[in-house]
Design a protein around this ligand. Structure first.
Ligand code: FMN
Length: 417
């Protein structure tokens, strides 16, 4: 019998994902020195395009070339005469060559922008809702390295906010014209839109701060502007952190999801974590109330309880759950438990671009339709110095390297094997 992962998923905009498995966003770390996609993007995405995925999500694409998350992030540069539209069109064509719709993840890093990443200059501050610097790790060395790596942010003015809205909207239009199937607004992982949503990083007293509604205002303004700028058939999704979060924040987050649903989104992707607490790759702790018997196969998924709660309250919202999925059994269980409609898979896709095809293949037994990935351990220096920040990039660096291998047609390697 075909797996229920084979079911097609239709979005409110009319776009159909041919099955439930999505390659989740992974920053490729491959852009050219002028922040454009190049042939390496086309080669890597061509591999995923041929991998059986129902949807392909790109790595984060920055809307402001002055503020990149990382040095090699691609950026949409509608303010500059970059002659880049040909490159983006080629990227859209390569990633969708075999029929999987590709969604571009649009982002602004806010205070999570490395010093020197982007054109703003080495000594310019980052921007954020409030001037609260990042705190990574809890020793003196980590605080020194963090302040060297991430400039102190300055509080955004209304003019900055207007510029950010315009950049997202212009980027959405550009991405639609390039031939992609949709965008996802990245409002998770401690990036700018999440910094506004989260009361710990947003201490504003204007209409963008305070209540749950006010903190979601920037995201909603951007969503509305993007909707007006793109065709009705173009998909707009949002990636949001699960209440990272104490129970007190859960209701705020649900209020914000209600606003997104009322404004009209095609899907919501649930994730979690920030640079300060990287739960997006480390996973969430199991709920305290969870008994051993509740540990079903779906438990390999992170953020499962939050997804189920969201589903209960918004039964018609298309939900994508990302993080931790390693097997057909785990993905099927999450669908059967009605936690989500779409299963987002990142790291397995970096070592096996055809991981979706493997899970969907009826001829493959359940015990073979899975992958086991050991944790990538940081090198000896971070351990010796007890430094969180020095060890922080080990997992992403490893998998970004696998993406580079995909682009070069080289064999990839599973960590720990
Ligand atoms: C190399 C790498 C790059 C990532 N880049 C992004 C990104 O650009 N945007 C994003 O939302 N998440 C990013 N993530 C997080 C993944 O989308 C995903 O949430 C996380 O890896 C958990 O899923 P997994 O267990 O299937 O890997 C990245 C993860 C890795 C390993």
């Amino acid at each position: 019998m075909p797996s229920l992962l084979n079911d097609a998923v239709k979005l409110p905009c009319g776009l159909v994902f041919p099955n439930r498995l999505s390659k989740a966003a992974m920053a490729e770390n491959l852009a050219t020195s002028d922040s454009n996609p190049n042939e390496n993007f086309n080669l890597a995405y061509n591999r995923w395009s041929d991998g059986g995925w129902g949807m392909i999500m790109t790595g984060n694409v920055q809307v402001d070339v002055d503020h990149l998350g990382n040095f090699k992030d691609p950026a949409v540069q509608t303010d500059y005469e970059t002659k880049s539209s040909k490159l983006w069109k080629a990227y859209a064509a390569a990633s969708q060559k075999h029929g999987s719709p590709t969604i571009v993840q649009l982002a602004h890093p806010g205070r999570q922008s490395l010093r020197g990443a982007g054109r703003r200059g080495l000594f310019a501050p980052t921007i954020a809702p409030s001037a609260i610097p990042l705190t990574i790790g809890n020793n003196f060395l980590d605080s020194v390295i963090t302040s060297l790596a991430f400039p102190r942010p300055r509080e955004m003015t209304q003019k900055d906010i207007n510029t950010v809205i315009r950049l997202f909207v212009d980027s959405a239009r550009f991405i639609a014209e390039s031939g992609f199937s949709g965008i996802e607004l990245h409002a998770a992982h401690g990036y700018l839109l999440d910094q506004f949503i989260n009361p710990k990083t947003n201490l504003r007293t204007d209409v963008y701060g305070g209540s749950a509604e006010n903190r979601a205002r920037l995201l909603l303004d951007i969503l509305k502007g993007c909707r007006e700028a793109v065709p009705a058939t173009f998909c707009i999704g949002v990636k949001l952190n699960s209440a990272d979060h104490s129970a007190a924040n859960l209701e705020d987050t649900m209020t914000q999801i209600r606003l997104l649903v009322d404004a009209g989104i095609d899907f919501l992707e649930v994730s979690g974590g920030t640079y300060e607490n990287p739960r997006m790759v480390d996973g969430d702790k199991p709920a305290i109330s969870q008994t051993k018997s509740a540990r079903t196969a779906a438990r390999e998924a992170f953020f499962l309880d939050f997804a189920k709660e969201t589903r209960k309250r918004f039964p018609n919202l298309v939900l994508m759950l990302t993080g931790g999925f390693r097997s057909r059994a785990g993905a099927e269980a999450a669908i059967k438990e009605n936690a989500c409609d779409l299963v987002g898979i990142a790291r397995p896709a970096a070592v096996n671009p055809r991981f979706a095809a493997l899970l969907l293949d009826e001829g493959t037994r359940d015990e073979d339709a899975q992958i086991s990935l050991d944790k990538v351990r940081p090198g000896w220096l971070p351990k010796l110095l007890r430094s969180q920040i020095l060890g922080a990039g080990a997992e992403s660096t490893y998998y970004a390297d696998q993406i580079h291998r995909l682009a070069k047609g080289r064999a990839t390697a599973v960590p720990g094997h």
